[in-house]
Design a protein around this ligand. Sequence first.
Ligand SMILES: *[C@@H]1O[C@H](CO)[C@@H](O)[C@H](O)[C@H]1NC(C)=O
Ligand SMILES: *[C@@H]1O[C@H](CO)[C@@H](O)[C@H](O)[C@H]1NC(C)=O
Ligand SMILES: *[C@@H]1O[C@H](CO)[C@@H](O)[C@H](O)[C@H]1NC(C)=O
Ligand SMILES: *[C@@H]1O[C@H](CO)[C@@H](O)[C@H](O)[C@H]1NC(C)=O
Ligand SMILES: *[C@@H]1O[C@H](CO)[C@@H](O)[C@H](O)[C@H]1NC(C)=O
Ligand SMILES: *[C@@H]1O[C@H](CO)[C@@H](O)[C@H](O)[C@H]1NC(C)=O
Ligand SMILES: *[C@@H]1O[C@H](CO)[C@@H](O)[C@H](O)[C@H]1NC(C)=O
Ligand SMILES: *[C@@H]1O[C@H](CO)[C@@H](O)[C@H](O)[C@H]1NC(C)=O
Length: 901
Amino acid sequence: MGCLAGFGWFILLVAVVNIEAQKKPPIKINSKCLGNLLRVDVSRLGGSFLEVSVLINNSSIILTKSVSSQCGFTIKKDHQGNAVIYASVQNCFARNVDDKAFTTKLGLRLQSDNVVEDEFYLVEETCYYSPWASREIICKPNYMEVSVKKPAPNDYNLPAYPYSDPQKAAEQPRDTGFIITKVVFFTPEERVMQVDEAQRNGYGISSTATRLVLRSPNPSHETYTKDVAGVPMTVLSTSIIFEKTKLMTQLYAGAACPQTQGGVFFTETSIRWFLPRRIDPLIHSQHFRLLEVNMGVDGRKLEATEMSARNYSLTLDDLYIIVEIPIGAAGCHIKSHALDGQYFTSYMIELMLELLWTEDDTNEHTRYKAFLPVETPLQLQSPQVIDTTVPEEMMFKVLIGPVGFDVMLKNISSPSEVLSLADCIARGFKVFDQMSPNGCSKVYTVEVPFTDHVVGQMKEMGVTIYTLYLTFGFLVLPNHAPFTATAYLRANLEDIAPPSVSGSCGDKNFYVIVKYGTKGFNFQTIMGKRMLTGSLAQQYGIMGNDTHFSLIVPFSEADATVEAVEMSSIKSRLDVTLRYPKTNTTIQVFSLACNFITKLIECFPNGTITAIAIALESVPSLNPRRLTLRNPACGPTYSNDQYAYFVFTANSCGTTRKFLPNMMLYENEISITDELELRKLSHSKEPEFELKVFCYYDINTNQAIGFHTRHRRSEPYADDARGEMQVEMRVTLDDSYNVFQRIEDNPITKYLQQPLHFEVELMGSYNPKVSLELAYCWATLEEDKMSLPRWNLIVNGCANSTDPHPVIFHSVLPKGRVHYPSNVKRFEVPMFAFAEDKDNLNRQVFVHCEVVICDVRNPVDAACNVQCSDQDNTMKGQKLAVSDYPGFKHVTSGPIIIMSP
Ligand SMILES: *[C@@H]1O[C@H](CO)[C@@H](O)[C@H](O)[C@H]1NC(C)=O
Ligand SMILES: *[C@@H]1O[C@H](CO)[C@@H](O)[C@H](O)[C@H]1NC(C)=O
Ligand SMILES: *[C@@H]1O[C@H](CO)[C@@H](O)[C@H](O)[C@H]1NC(C)=O
Ligand SMILES: *[C@@H]1O[C@H](CO)[C@@H](O)[C@H](O)[C@H]1NC(C)=O
Ligand SMILES: *[C@@H]1O[C@H](CO)[C@@H](O)[C@H](O)[C@H]1NC(C)=O
Ligand SMILES: *[C@@H]1O[C@H](CO)[C@@H](O)[C@H](O)[C@H]1NC(C)=O
Ligand SMILES: *[C@@H]1O[C@H](CO)[C@@H](O)[C@H](O)[C@H]1NC(C)=O
Ligand SMILES: *[C@@H]1O[C@H](CO)[C@@H](O)[C@H](O)[C@H]1NC(C)=O
């Protein structure tokens, strides 16, 4: 490859196709003096054309290829929208102050298709360069420059003429009055040119106060190739003729620059550049000493540390200065090529060597700076296709690369179709590129779901085989040269059986069995709303084998949900969810709802009632802590978010009582009584929460049952039918209580003064724990118990003491008919005193009693627990509306005919 590789000239077409026309950021300009060169970097050009000109004397001169090589400019661009401009400080247009300060003014014009007005940027930089060596040589790919010191006037002497021997040019003419007239080129034959002719031929010749500058395009007609220690070099050798009136003198000026071919060698991994240590065409003395050797990249001298960090090496032997750099080590200038559909890369770098030597006999120094753009030969770099598919993710994932940044993925084709990148994205493929770790190249990632129809599918013995055959079509920019890479992908996926869950209910527990799916199928189990952790599993008594595990979840656990509370049972539901954590998708939701028989209420013989109110799923706003019994002062003994536990006695908290055949029913209800809380709940659409608490005290056994939920209070509520109580009242004529009058046969006939004995019995009860108590007994003349007049005999369980002949109670003993005395009560009415109607003494009367049935061990009712005092047997203002009091039962005896004696 030629020395000009990678260089662009004059108007740079920086057309980077994969940078779409978009609002581009402002370009970035950076200038820097690098010894006898000025370097200007321009980046972020985007797709714009860059025209570089130099500004002088109010006019602008475009830097064409020939102007650049004649005047000391090099312009270089790459495909990424960057340009580098080098200018010799002694370029034709520099403003030179005393050969020490050199000011160069550049104009950058950017032309873009989608912008109407060109952008224009001005770059002005002054480089100070004073340590001039006697001779300074610059070898740039497009020019060779030599700058030599002019002799001081007092050193002036006349040279020999003609100037056939360039060796003699060492003895130099010196005078300011001299002007350059001719240039003699040794090619090696002499070729004489007038100065203007030489300039027309592309040579730059100028003279400053102390220096003479000669610049030649590289190569040119007047240069020749010479083998120097085996390295071909381009040699420029001239004598510049100065004339002043009749005087004439000459100055030798020459340069020799290495050619890439011959001096540069490549291995697979490195680049080696051999520069002759002694560049013979430039050295005439026997005594030559190399004082300094430096290497650099992109015009910048590198320090030793930087070189070792980059693994660059610089060595000298007898003949050569040897630079060795690893390919791709640093710089990352990878250039892509596509040839015959195959992908090649080359690595590009611009090396620089800077030498300083002296020739002892003249004691004159030469600074020699050679730039060498190196581009490695093309290397076949078929992009690797790396299959990174994880079958469980149900998609093919493939990496293709590395490729240079000047490569673009254009399309993806399968045997049946070709998809542009846009098609791929629309189809649900994922395509993206990433910079590779060394920053020098990029790698494409393509993901194709197994479900896409380009993916082949085959089932074989419990395994599904997915196949995909793809060709990736790439283009190399800027020429759009195509190349391809192919991928044959195959993935096996065991037919996966997902895990499953089943279960059943026991008396108190849910039994849950989870069956593992295919081995390695990772899943999460969620109990209700809670993740099943190891400790929770322990709590639920996890058991298992290779294929299953089981859990026992009590129905009352917080992970279960109460759906309804019914008569002596709770309907509880357990939800078990299996989830695939990687994608957070649900595999199965299993719900098990069962009725669990449970004692929500317990009624103890001593009158203590306990009840549990459980929060229902349908009433989520309910706070069980705020529930109370009928009496709002009776709150739960214990409560939490799930339930409220009440303990109360049958005679407290607003408990009421009903009689049923052989039973007593105590009732209360649990609800929200707090006004504020009620108002809050009424805003929600949830049903009203109310639980009825029933305690049935059976006469024989005492047991508690009953628990109702009902919704809106406004809905009708069907009360239990009230049963009849079997209580009988008998009349006997003596206190033996053995012979009774049969009222059915004849009315009892009695004399007024004769006492009457009454017995009241709870029929059909064989329960000593139940007692029959007489609350009220009275006599009327009519059968209607409410009729008037009436005579109170027993008031609130006690004899009317203000009566002149109060009732006498007789104790009952377990004797004869009487098995359980508590079921029987006896009293005696000594005499009926009908004060109102003394005249009409032949009367019939009816005796009525209100009785209560009490639990002997649990005399909760006031009527069951009466203490009568003989002195003060009055009611103390307490009034009971007899017929309204639900606990009482009536018995009536009669008629009894009362005869006057
Ligand atoms: C710029 O102008 C100066 C003085 O007018 C002149 O000497 C010089 O040659 C001009 N330079 C160019 C490049 O035209
Ligand atoms: C450049 O132009 C300015 C104003 O137009 C003028 O003053 C100056 O003399 C000009 N310089 C040259 C070197 O022609
Ligand atoms: C330099 O070479 C060493 C050893 O050969 C290697 O480990 C290191 O990665 C190289 N450094 C660079 C920047 O290439
Ligand atoms: C796909 O891309 C390749 C390589 O860039 C190209 O040669 C081919 O023509 C493209 N095919 C279609 C249909 O665009
Ligand atoms: C594992 O446990 C499940 C459920 O308890 C049972 O059905 C199955 O037979 C057991 N398997 C083995 C291999 O013991
Ligand atoms: C997973 O999904 C569930 C419900 O679909 C959601 O509640 C949970 O936040 C999700 N978890 C993650 C980690 O995305
Ligand atoms: C009533 O009996 C229950 C059960 O025996 C007992 O827990 C409770 O403390 C008793 N209550 C009273 C007030 O004695
Ligand atoms: C008690 O008996 C007397 C006489 O029969 C009667 O006047 C009085 O009202 C009775 N007392 C009550 C509380 O009924």
